[in-house]
Write a protein that binds this ligand. Structure first.
Ligand code: FAD
Length: 443
């Protein structure tokens, strides 16, 4: 590639790691970082954890680069329009950037809820460091009850952190178990128990129908008929891909930016996408394009996208990772590898008092593993899963009917300890439409 200028839109971790990889691979042209935020790239997972508790300040979260990077920064500026035919990106403020290569890494934005009182300082979402600082300000200024709307990772982590800060916390969730959509019913129930045991009040199967701003808090009328009043409300109902700026660009935008298996964007030349915004078929699993909203995937995909951009679409390699993620709630570290959300059945792979490693099967295939506060075991099981998934997936792997006897799959999984069969993985959330691609992490 003889590119002179590569533009990276979105300065989150995927964008930063893409820029780094471009330099590592010897790209000597200009790299422009279009950074919508006022802050340089930072560690987003800490927002719901150590930043909210006050253990870390925003400055502590700044991401360091592994090598000296010469980048041209456009801070606090968004890309607002892309012309893929003439290779021009328009920035807010009437700057036009011609590019030879483009990295789309704009992530997701917090999903908004209709009817929420606009500009009420007690009502928050949590996606950016500014959001987290504002939320912490409310939490420290008001000792009233906290309401968290949602049942995904961000909702659970915020609820856990607020409890640890000594607050009275209620989660309002449409689904009956927390995290059920991402990790299945068995683990979802355990997460739900963990929250109850730590004093979180749960109102499940409920939605907020109406909002009322009051001088001392916010009152919500729930679909169960109950009113709920809180001094601080966090709406954590997932993310929406940040693709508005790409409307009219000829790209496929059904759920994120549709990519080929090698991160090149469908519908444009010299453009790749990475991180939460990118939907691509991970051939290790099947041919269905999906987005993965996890930190390590954004790191790896940023690097892979940069490699693919320099290699060109014909030479680029497929990006087929075994995705990994973690969450921390009440001191419990939940780690997963693969795609638990594709599992139809779970099996207990390792048992130490409580089942500490759970496997997820799709048909006869192990597609994910999840560790409950057992990082050491997860090292082995992640490696085991990688070996298991190194074979080509059978055609229609994820659409096979579930096996009559799920234990039939077990001889193919060497287990360090006894394996048990758990009940089928039930999805507990209301399914959302997924026309061409589906999400893996719900918040
Ligand atoms: C509170 C919270 C906790 C999390 N905890 C975990 C965790 O424990 N484990 C885990 O695996 N994952 C976690 N995640 C998910 C993880 O942070 C994301 O997967 C990761 O940040 C995705 O990186 P990204 O670079 O793709 O997108 P982002 O980090 O969202 O970065 C995208 C950037 O692009 C910018 N942008 C958007 N539109 C434009 C535009 N038009 N022009 C210019 N810039 C634009 C955005 O403002 C943002 O700065 C958490 C996320 C949140 C919000």
């Amino acid at each position: 590639m003889t590119a002179e200028r590569i533009v990276v839109v979105g300065a989150g971790v995927a964008g930063l790691r893409a820029a780094e990889r471009l330099r590592e691979l010897g790209f000597g042209g200009e790299v422009v970082m279009v950074n919508q935020e006022r802050h340089r790239p930072y560690h987003r997972p800490a927002l719901s954890k150590h930043l909210l508790t006050g253990e870390l300040a925003p400055a502590d979260l700044r991401l360091r680069s592994y090598l000296p990077l010469e980048l041209s920064w456009r801070d606090a500026v968004s890309g607002i329009r892309l012309d893929t035919a003439s290779h021009v990106l328009e920035l807010r403020g009437s700057e036009y950037l011609r590019y030879d290569g483009l990295v789309i890494a704009t992530g997701v934005q917090a999903r908004r809820m209709p009817g929420v009182p606009a500009h009420n300082p007690r009502v928050h979402v949590l996606r950016t460091v500014d959001d987290a600082v504002a939320l912490r300000r409310t939490l420290t200024a008001d000792n009233g009850p906290v309401a968290v709307i949602g049942s995904g990772f961000t909702a659970c982590e915020v609820a856990a952190t607020a409890r640890e800060l000594g607050r009275d916390v209620t989660i309002v969730s449409r689904s009956t178990t927390l995290l059920g959509r991402a990790v299945g019913s068995a683990i979802g129930e355990r997460v739900t128990r963990l929250h109850r045991e730590n004093g979180v009040r749960l109102i499940t199967g409920a939605e907020v129908l109406q909002w009322l701003s009051q001088p001392f808090g916010v009152t919500m009328l729930l679909s169960t008929g109950q009113p709920l009043t809180a001094g601080c409300v966090v709406v954590a109902i997932g993310g929406v891909p940040a693709v508005d700026w790409l409307r009219g660009s000829n790209l496929y935008l059904r759920d994120g930016v549709l990519c080929w298996p090698n991160c090149h964007v469908v519908g444009a030349s010299d453009a790749v996408a990475a991180g939460d915004v990118a939907a691509w078929p991970n051939h290790r699993f099947d041919t269905q394009p999906r987005r993965v909203e996890h930190w390590l995937n954004a790191v790896e995909m940023g690097r892979a996208a940069a490699e693919s951009l320099l290699a060109g679409p014909a030479q680029a390699r497929r990006f087929e990772p075994v995705p990994r993620f973690w969450s921390e709630q009440f001191g419990v570290r939940i780690q997963a590898a693969g795609m638990p959300s594709l599992g139809q059945y779970t099996v207990t792979l390792q048992h130490e008092g409580t089942p500490s490693v759970t496997g997820y099967l799709s048909g006869h295939r192990l597609v994910g593993v999840l560790g409950w506060d057992n990082p050491a075991a997860m090292v082995n099981w992640t490696a085991e899963l990688e070996r298991h998934l190194s074979a080509e997936p059978p055609a229609h792997a994820t659409t096979d009917p579930p096996p009559r006897d799920p234990t039939a799959a077990l001889p193919r999984i060497p287990a360090p300890q006894g394996i048990r069969t758990d009940p089928p993985v039930k999805r507990t959330d209301t399914p959302r439409p997924a026309p061409q691609s589906t999400r893996v992490r719900s918040s």
